[in-house]
Ligand binder design. Structure first.
Ligand code: NAD
Length: 353
């Protein structure tokens, strides 16, 4: 057995259908009395529901959350939080909205209560991202880790099935890479395997019966586990590729993860056989990369980068960017096999080591 170091991030998780109703209690429990509710314009209604539950604990609603947290938007939200004398942020939404809460907490250290409505997992990590002049910078700071997280599957009923599925694959990617992380440990591996299992089962039911509440709850439970893994151990080639492709070619976050995952796992499979066995067991397939590729096709999610508008002529540049400042990876990252990986991901072909 491998040696390991295990340090847990503090976490308070309230999970269950209808648990949104506990938001005021959570604000009071952290000693706050003026909550700024954050959301995107599309989720304004859900934010208004939160505002109503908060009653006299509400400082205001800000519906300016945007993908990748542009610095201008972060500055605007910080100003508003100061003007309203907010002493906590309640972020209801996906990774973009929770990211905006983190951007505020980074400057004015107010606690965040996160109410995730996708499976991206940002609520369980001390990682933040900010985009300035087209460049996304990420960092790690304990102050941005949400103090309390409310997982209410009822709030995910409105997430369209297509978005739910790609978001679920995004979550699976965190757990899959967590299984071969350099700083992995047995507890995170348990969470990762169980997270993948819950999401794979939940998504397969969801695609047939989108109104199935139990499947929605199972997916959100899986998302919590996978997000926890993301918050505790380092990611490798897959996340590097998605970061590179997403940032350089302005691709949608969850879809990019969905397409790249089977190929990145195939690349790493010779160097991480135990992780592959655990992923395969969790999805009920004989082989992890091929199993995930087939699962994606069966779920009807995107499987080819060309369908996201990436041009074949962009692949050489993508490969070069991915090779610059590579993350730690279980298998050495080399130009020729990496270029082959990108070609297969672009075509939507079966993954190969
Ligand atoms: P998102 O937050 O950008 O949401 C996408 C769209 O879906 C938005 O319009 C949102 O309002 C809408 N939406 C979300 N939940 C909904 C629901 N239940 N019903 C209807 N509409 C809903 O997407 P995401 O995939 O959750 O987050 C992606 C962003 O999060 C990226 O910028 C990524 O880099 C970041 N992220 C950060 C971390 C971290 O640890 N810092 C982790 C994962 C993702």
């Amino acid at each position: 057995m491998k040696d390991f170091l295990y340090t847990a991030n503090p976490a308070r998780v309230i999970f269950g259908a209808g648990k949104l109703s506990s938001v005021r209690e959570e604000v009071e429990a952290i000693g706050s009395s003026r909550a700024l509710v954050l959301c995107t314009r599309q989720q304004r209604k859900q934010a208004e529901q939160v505002a109503e539950l908060l009653g006299s604990r509400l400082a205001g609603i800000h519906d300016g959350a945007e993908m990748h947290v542009p610095i201008e938007g972060a500055r605007k939200a910080r100003k508003l939080a100061a003007k309203l004398e907010a002493d906590c942020a309640v972020a209801i939404g996906g990774g973009s909205t929770i990211g905006l809460g983190k951007a505020i907490a980074l400057e004015a250290p107010i606690p965040i209560i996160a109410i995730p409505t996708t499976y991206a997992g940002s609520e369980m990590t001390p990682v933040y991202g900010l985009t300035e002049a087209g460049l996304k910078k990420t960092g790690k700071d304990a102050r941005v880790l949400p103090r309390s997280v409310i997982y209410d599957p009822d709030l995910t009923m409105s997430l369209p099935v297509g978005m739910s599925l790609v978001s679920g694959m995004n979550a699976i990617a965190h757990a899959a890479e967590g299984l071969y992380a350099k700083d992995g440990n047995p507890v995170m591996s348990l969470m990762a395997e169980e997270g993948i299992r819950a999401l794979a089962e939940g998504m397969q039911t969801l695609v047939e019966t989108p109104e199935n509440k139990d499947a929605r709850a199972r997916c959100l439970y899986g998302a919590w586990l996978c997000g926890t893994v993301l918050g505790h151990v380092g990611m490798a080639l897959h996340h590097k590729l998605c970061h590179t492709l997403g940032g350089s070619f302005n691709l949608p976050h969850a879809e990019t993860h969905t397409i790249v995952l089977p190929h990145a796992l195939a690349y790493n499979s010779p160097a991480a056989p135990e992780a592959m066995e655990r992923i395969a067991a969790a999805i009920g397939a004989p082989d992890a990369p091929t199993g995930l590729h087939r699962m994606a096709a069966q779920l009807g999610v995107p499987t080819a980068l060309r369908d996201l508008g990436v041009k074949e002529t962009d692949l050489d540049r993508a490969c070069e960017i991915a090779l610059a400042n590579p993350y730690w990876n279980p298998r050495k990252v080399e130009a020729a096999p990496l270029r082959d990986l990108l070609q297969r991901a672009w075509e939507g072909a079966e993954p190969q080591p």
